[in-house]
Design a protein. Structure first.
Length: 284
């Protein structure tokens, strides 16, 4: 196993522990989806556009909530791929229990890219996907290979600018270049820390027990030019680039205020900074 694959394996273990903890706050998610609930935000719906009846590959799909929401509300035929055993096991059960069809594959996406022979109308990734990628060039090539001619790639992501900061707004990490950063304390319980903004039903989380993840992680520092450059180098054509002055559901800094629609932004009087990034590209 290469050094990068060793990092991927550490991340897999950390995500297994974190996914169990995150789902413990979310109640009966199958009933939520069966009742017409959706975990999608307007930004990804707008960039995805009309995907009704189209095949859609969701890379790093986590536990399948967004994937199945795309199937139920946008009408796509969905396949999700994620490195976490816990996430994929949950996603398969969620599909069965909700009655929403979806295929879920447990794999490191780099391994999946090497073995994949299927092409899709749309490839999608969102919300916390990029920092776990150790090689953006291989990622871009894998996306291009997985797209049909004329197919589209859509990314909605937390803005890389945020990743340079500690919680107290002190810059401490590289902005770009792919350097790995080791975090001994692993993936935390950001669902509880959101106070309810990531429970999808909006149910408030109070007095959640402290969660300590025993598995450390490695994250990778990529900037906007790294992301866009990887897509362009794979001969994809950029069709949209968005920056949003708010964060959907996630509260990266303690003093952020909540706007309607579970959007988080800085307090009044603070400067306007980008919190999310949207990218769309097409395979000629």
């Amino acid at each position: 196993m290469s050094l990068d694959r060793h990092m991927h394996e550490a991340n897999r273990m950390s995500w297994n522990a974190a996914t169990r903890q995150h789902n413990s706050h979310k109640g009966d998610q199958a009933a939520f989806l069966r009742g017409g609930g959706t975990t999608l935000f307007p930004e990804e719906v707008e960039l995805l556009g009309d995907v009704g009846g189209k095949t859609l590959l969701h890379l790093q799909c986590n536990a399948g909530q967004d994937t199945l929401s795309i199937a139920a509300h946008l009408g796509a035929q969905v396949t999700g791929v994620d490195i976490s055993d816990e996430a994929i096991s949950f996603a398969r059960k969620l599909a069965a229990d909700s009655g929403i069809p979806g295929t879920f594959v447990r794999a490191d996406i780099y391994d999946w890219f090497e073995q994949n022979t299927t092409t899709y109308d749309v490839v999608f990734a969102s919300y916390g996907a990029i920092p776990w990628l150790s090689d953006l060039s291989a990622w871009g090539r894998g996306i291009a290979a997985a797209l049909k001619p004329g197919g589209r790639f859509v990314l909605v992501e937390f803005h890389p600018f945020l990743n340079i900061y500690e919680d107290d707004f002190n810059p401490n990490y590289d902005y770009s270049g792919g350097k790995p950063v080791f975090f001994e304390d692993g993936i935390g319980d950001y669902v509880a820390q959101s106070g309810g903004a990531l429970t999808h039903t909006g149910q408030k989380i109070e007095d959640a027990p402290h969660f300590t993840n025993p598995h450390p992680v490695y994250e990778f520092c990529w900037g906007v030019s790294d992301i866009v450059g990887a897509l362009l180098a794979a001969d994809l054509r950029l069709t949209a680039l968005r920056e949003y002055p708010y964060s959907n559901g996630f509260k990266p800094f303690a003093d952020m205020r909540e706007l309607p629609g579970r959007r988080m932004t800085l307090p009044e009087g603070k400067p306007n900074i980008p919190f999310m990034l949207g990218v769309a590209a097409v395979k000629p």
